[in-house]
Design a binder for this molecule. Structure first.
Ligand code: FES
Length: 116
């Protein structure tokens, strides 16, 4: 992953993955990225098709977060906020919920084995 059809890197340069939590689930994303781009790393087939302006106008990327080492919950725009190690995304705007729905699904139950 990295270059798109215009030969422009999709992600800022990174050397390692960092851990973030989205609604209680932990994920690994590239360092040095805005949070919306980190979400794109996790869901490359849905985030690019969301109705995001990517420049702080539409508000469709709004998230409620807890910064690492803080108990305080605050709002942020994921197109502006840099992802950082230990960031917790507590809640998000409906557009993000829709685009990240495959990540946020509860694990499916194991099929029951029928005794013969
Ligand atoms: S993507 Fe539009 S405000 Fe963040």
């Amino acid at each position: 992953m990295g270059a798109d059809r215009y030969n422009v890197p999709l992600y800022r340069p990174f050397e390692k993955l960092i851990s973030i939590t989205v609604r209680g689930k932990q994920f690994e994303v590239p360092e040095n990225q805005i949070l919306l781009r980190a979400f794109q790393y996790l869901c490359p087939e849905t985030i690019p098709f969301g109705r995001y302006c990517w420049n702080e106008e539409c508000q469709y990327c709004r998230v409620i977060i807890r910064k690492p080492g803080s108990d305080k919950i605050s709002q942020a725009l994921s197109c502006k906020l840099m992802a950082e190690e230990g960031l917790e995304v507590v809640e998000m705007a409906p557009e993000l919920q829709w685009n990240l729905s495959q990540l946020l699904q509860p694990p499916s139950a194991e099929p029951e084995v029928q005794a013969e």
